[in-house]
Design a protein around this ligand. Structure first.
Ligand code: AHR
Length: 340
């Protein structure tokens, strides 16, 4: 009797195990089938590099979304060089991938290679940053963020904060702003700078502010620190506000400000863009004042859009991801919920 019971138990466990395994396989097959009606989709993706905490989160979002969607991702890292991106796109065309997606490191210089993709009948999706083209039909859709809106949010937050805190200029009668710009020629650096200046020009108290210095820190922590050091060398006692085009440069600048014997977040009001965890920690530590979100979680929407395009469905030309704004007083409460 004992033997019969153990045998029955073993058989039922075996049935259960086979059942579960089959379910997993079925799920995998579904993901594949959903992507292309049978044939797995191959996407060639050209990323610009790994210059910031934000970029790492962006790459991770693209890779994990491709996996979840059953899309075969051919990932290429351009190491901050447009020529490497052009080479990668050409190699995707030569391989005959189903679709190409890329983050344009700079706005211009894409017409020829995108025309080659169009001639090869390979649809292109622009991700994160914008391109300037003579023919907009060279790409099907752009998924990313609105950098002009981000720049405007930065100035408007500063203006409100300086009034609310009753801040006074450290020297003279105007608030002196220094700017750490992103990669030269990138749509995000151009858009953020323009949005900031537009909002400043439109503000009723525009005359209270002046941009003392503005220079690229190439979106990296190291360069942000170096450029801030040089700003402080010439204007240590004049700088009231730092606007960094990304959090990494702001985090580098904080080190330079402390080394110069000043209190970041107090002597110099600091605001930047991205909203990565490191910036939340700096705000919790009282060393920064605000971060405007630039959302790197673009993977799922990219894969969905790619499937729709290959399915010949209509897609919007521009898709903007949702973005918030986080001042220091919400940092401690918000940090545990942050995904990047
Ligand atoms: O293009 C998005 C920008 O590029 C992010 O703000 C920055 O951190 C990144 O490197």
């Amino acid at each position: 009797m004992k033997k019969i019971i153990s045998l029955l138990l073993a058989i039922s466990l075996l049935v259960l195990a086979v059942g579960c395994g089959g379910g997993d396989q079925a799920k995998k097959d579904d993901a594949k089938a959903a992507s292309s009606g049978g044939k797995q989709i191959t996407m060639g993706f050209s990323q610009i590099g790994a210059e910031s905490e934000w970029r790492t989160a962006h790459t991770e979002s693209i890779k994990s979304a491709a996996k979840a969607a059953g899309i075969n991702l051919q990932f290429s890292d351009a190491q901050q060089k447009q020529e490497n991106q052009i080479k990668a796109i050409r190699s995707f065309i030569a391989q005959g991938v189903d679709i190409i997606a890329f983050v344009p490191i700079v706005e211009t210089g894409w017409d020829t290679v995108l025309k080659e993709a169009k001639d090869a009948k390979i649809p292109v999706i622009v991700v994160d940053r914008d391109v300037k083209l003579s023919d907009e039909s060279l790409y099907i859709a752009k998924i990313g963020t609105d950098s002009v809106a981000e720049g405007k949010k930065v100035f408007n937050w500063i203006d409100e904060y300086m009034k609310k805190e009753n801040k006074q200029p450290r020297s003279g009668d105007k608030f002196n702003i220094v700017v750490l710009e992103g990669t030269v020629g990138s749509s995000v650096a151009i858009g953020r700078a323009n949005g900031f200046k537009e909002a400043m020009a439109a503000a009723p108290d525009a005359a209270k502010y002046t941009i003392l210095a503005s220079q690229t820190g190439e979106f990296t922590r190291q360069k942000g620190q170096e450029v801030m050091e040089s700003f402080l060398k010439s204007d240590r006692d004049k700088i009231d506000i730092l606007f960094a085009h990304n959090d990494d440069m702001a985090l580098g600048a904080i080190q330079a400000i402390e080394a110069a014997g000043l209190k970041p977040g107090k002597d110099i009001t600091i605001i930047s863009i991205d909203s990565v965890k490191g910036m939340f920690q700096a705000m919790i530590d009282g060393k920064a004042n605000c971060t405007v979100e630039c959302n790197p979680l673009q993977g799922d929407i990219l894969m969905e859009t790619a499937k729709k395009i290959l399915n010949k469905e209509e897609v919007p030309k521009n898709v903007y991801v949702e973005e918030g704004i986080f001042p220091a007083d919400v940092a401690a409460k918000t940090l545990p919920e942050r995904k990047y």
